[in-house]
Design a protein around this ligand. Sequence first.
Ligand code: FES
Length: 80
Amino acid sequence: MKCTICIGSSCHLKGSRQIVEQLQYLVKENHLEDKVELGGTFCMGNCVNGVNVTLDDKLYSLSPETTKDFFDKEILAKVQ
Ligand code: FES
């Protein structure tokens, strides 16, 4: 599964960096390195809803506070 986080300037201001760091940590902690591919992308043209994250082409709107939840529900629950 491929998870792409927007690191454009607007999303960056809303905490995309923390989100990337959290996801990297969670992926590692759960030993999902070979199942989940994390990546970054520049502005997705949807700044108002940022931080924008896509998971296999499905768009999600995250904040650092909702990242753990997103990981548990959308990633962890689906790869196991
Ligand atoms: S900066 Fe993320 S959608 Fe524009």
